[in-house]
Design a protein around this ligand. Structure first.
Ligand code: SAM
Length: 279
């Protein structure tokens, strides 16, 4: 997978060269480049921002400089013309992603889908963000444009959000992880459940023992204990995720646990709903 990142602080991404991401680049699985948006400016101050039209605080990133940069990275002709509608014939198979706090949440489902992409270009906003016509223009050129938020809070810039997305996406590329099994068992994978707690040795540490069942050697009981713990933790910490479960995917023991946790488990409802019991 080829990844291009555009930022006014490209050095932020130097640490992508360490650990598993570094190894994946050495092996040729990933090809990552961080570009300085200012390299596409023409004025002596290398300015990338201007005052907001309509007034207000802060500055907004200029569309012209973003367009020169993205035309190059996406290998689009610099037409300077009004947008065309070419949904079927994208000149480049790249996905163009802008982190944005006012966008849908980036999820494991999005990460899984994006792990199959050939080329991703990330555009990191700063100040009050990028002129809204930039994503609109590339979408109208037929490019697959996405905007994602990584959470309901505001960061200074898109760099941290892009870093988080790159980690979430790339670890799902086949061959990235030494042990692919560790991905299969994680939170949000398969069922939208939080993972059970994890423990290592010693069995007792500072007076705190690991749950006895985990040392029993009975794999069936261990699996059931972990599954019940995943259901219980998700019910307590993220009840919104329990409501996404499909009853058809639950076994008898799952149903029993959910009912004990106060959920109504329907086997007749057409959408197989799991709902919180009315108090
Ligand atoms: N004016 C924007 C607003 O109120 O929604 C905030 C802009 S923020 C200071 C600057 C840039 O940081 C954004 O353009 C975006 O690239 C990035 N950013 C900030 N918070 C983010 C979040 N929660 N998720 C993704 N990107 C974020």
């Amino acid at each position: 997978m080829q990844i291009d990142i555009v930022s006014v602080f490209p050095e932020f991404f130097d640490s992508l060269n360490v650990s598993l991401l570094g190894k994946a680049q050495e092996s040729g699985l990933l090809d990552i480049h961080a570009h300085n948006l200012r390299d596409w400016t023409h004025d002596v101050h290398h300015s990338v921002d201007d005052t907001p039209v309509g007034g207000g605080a802060g500055m907004v990133m200029k569309p012209e400089v973003w367009a020169e940069c993205l035309d190059d990275l996406l290998q689009l002709p610099d037409t300077g013309a009004a947008p065309r509608s070419l949904p079927e014939s994208s000149p480049d198979k790249a996905v163009l992603i802008f982190p944005n706090p006012s966008a849908p949440l980036f999820t494991q489902t999005a990460a899984t889908e994006l792990s199959r992409a050939q080329h991703i270009v990330f555009g990191c906003g700063r100040y009050e963000g990028i002129d809204a016509r930039v994503p609109q223009y590339y979408a109208e050129q037929g490019v697959d444009v996405r905007e994602y938020s990584i959470g309901d809070y505001v960061l200074n810039g898109g760099e941290v959000a892009v870093y988080a997305m790159i980690e979430a996406i790339t670890r799902l590329i086949p061959g990235f992880m030494g042990n692919p099994e560790s991905i299969v068992e994680e939170s949000y994978t398969g069922d939208p459940l939080l993972e059970h707690r994890q423990f290592t040795k010693p069995a007792v540490w500072r007076g705190l023992a690991v749950p006895e069942v985990l040392t029993s050697g009975d794999h069936g009981k261990v699996d059931r204990f972990r599954r019940d713990e995943a259901l219980e933790r998700t019910s307590r910490l993220r009840p919104d995720l329990i409501e996404l479960l499909n009853c058809a995917d639950l076994d008898k023991a799952d149903r029993k646990t959910l009912i004990e946790l106060g959920w109504e488990v329907s086997s007749v409802h057409p959408r197989h709903l799991v709902q919180k019991k009315q108090a």
